[in-house]
Design a protein around this ligand. Structure first.
Ligand code: NAP
Length: 311
């Protein structure tokens, strides 16, 4: 019987592992498909405290992984397919490789995946003028034009934020009105640096000789006209999908967008012994440091839950 199974290897998962390992709970991490989470696919991270010179996303994740293993965390490179709490309180975890585990607690730290446009070379351009996080990457694009794709709160918030750095922010949206809340939409549209590009979609990323973003090809859906926008970075802000499909049938309560609902100030889900941490429960902050902090909270909650069981 395991004490704690941690599902996911982003900031939340590794932080839960470090804390539960140091509490002698001998945690088992099941790594999932995107090892290292969203930071494993970014370049420089400048806003994680403790790294005044910045650190590459993959290096930060590798450090967390090593730190978790140093204290005895075990890692299985497998993918969880189901989590089910039995009437006797034991939680069954099944994986794609056909393994079955019994555990006292589970920490769900499977994150959320940014939605992408599925254009050619999209994966290889991430970190070379293509990103899904303005907070992470905006400061790298000073005094140059950039484009934000999307029409929701994220797109408006990111566009407004980016005006602190960029010379111009094109807000490309596929319709002629924003989905964003009125206050966010009004703020974005009132900003002189933001130019909306309505009824339009990106068709192609265009790069320079060094493989960095140079421009995007845009299609106007109404006129059928194609044009090019010279930009140094594309910020895709068309939403995130929490990775919670494997929880179907588990009884774990999700909100209408599929995020695991945490119980007030703790990381408890509605099922005793099942906790969540990081972006899988957070569609507001979505930062490496908030995910790490929440991973710490989930570890402490799981530890207290196990202590109470033993008492
Ligand atoms: P969202 O509300 O789902 O908006 C996604 C936007 O992307 C929509 O405008 C959508 O277009 C567009 N889109 C989706 N797929 C697309 C595609 N393949 N190509 C082009 N455009 C595409 O997502 P979000 O803005 O990330 O917001 C998610 C939730 O977080 C919302 O509840 C939001 O209120 C909340 N949020 C809150 C704050 C805040 O309060 N500070 C900040 C950010 C997010 P259509 O409009 O045509 O569907």
């Amino acid at each position: 019987m395991e004490n704690v199974i941690i599902i996911g290897t982003g900031c939340a998962g590794w932080t839960s592992a470090i804390y539960t390992a140091r509490a002698n709970l001998n945690p088992l991490v099941i790594a999932g498909e995107e090892i290292g989470g969203q930071l494993a696919t970014t370049t420089e991270v400048e806003n994680f405290p403790g790294f005044p010179e910045g650190i590459m996303g993959p290096d930060l994740m590798m450090n967390m992984h090593k730190q978790a293993e140093k204290f005895g965390t075990r890692v299985e490179y497998d993918f969880v397919t189901s989590v089910q709490r039995r009437d006797d309180g034991i939680i069954d975890v099944k994986t794609a490789a056909g393994k079955e585990y019994e555990t006292k607690t589970v920490i769900i730290a499977t994150g959320a995946s940014a939605r992408w446009l599925h254009l050619d070379r999209e994966k290889e351009l991430v970190g070379h003028g293509l990103t899904s996080c303005a907070t992470c990457d905006g400061a790298f694009y000073r005094d140059v034009p950039v484009v934000v794709v999307g029409g929701g709160d994220s797109a408006c918030e990111e566009a407004s934020f980016l005006t602190r750095f960029a010379s111009k922010v094109y807000l490309v949206h596929r319709r002629d009105e924003l989905r964003a809340s009125k206050i966010m939409a009004d703020r974005a549209l009132a900003n002189d640096k933001i130019e909306p590009v309505w009824n339009s979609e990106l068709k192609e990323y265009l790069t320079d000789d060094a493989g960095e973003m140079r421009a995007v090809k845009i299609l106007n859906r109404e006129t059928g006209e194609e044009s090019e926008l010279e930009v140094k970075c594309v910020f895709v802000a068309i939403g995130h999908d929490p990775n919670t499909k494997f929880l179907e049938g588990s009884g774990v309560k999700l909100d209408e967008d599929g995020y695991v609902i945490q119980d007030g100030h703790s990381t408890d889900s509605n099922i005793p012994g099942i906790f969540s941490a990081g972006d899988v429960s957070d569609h507001v902050y979505r930062q490496a440091i908030t995910a790490a902090g929440n991973g710490c909270q989930a570890a402490l909650d799981a530890e207290r839950f196990i202590t109470a069981l033993e008492d």
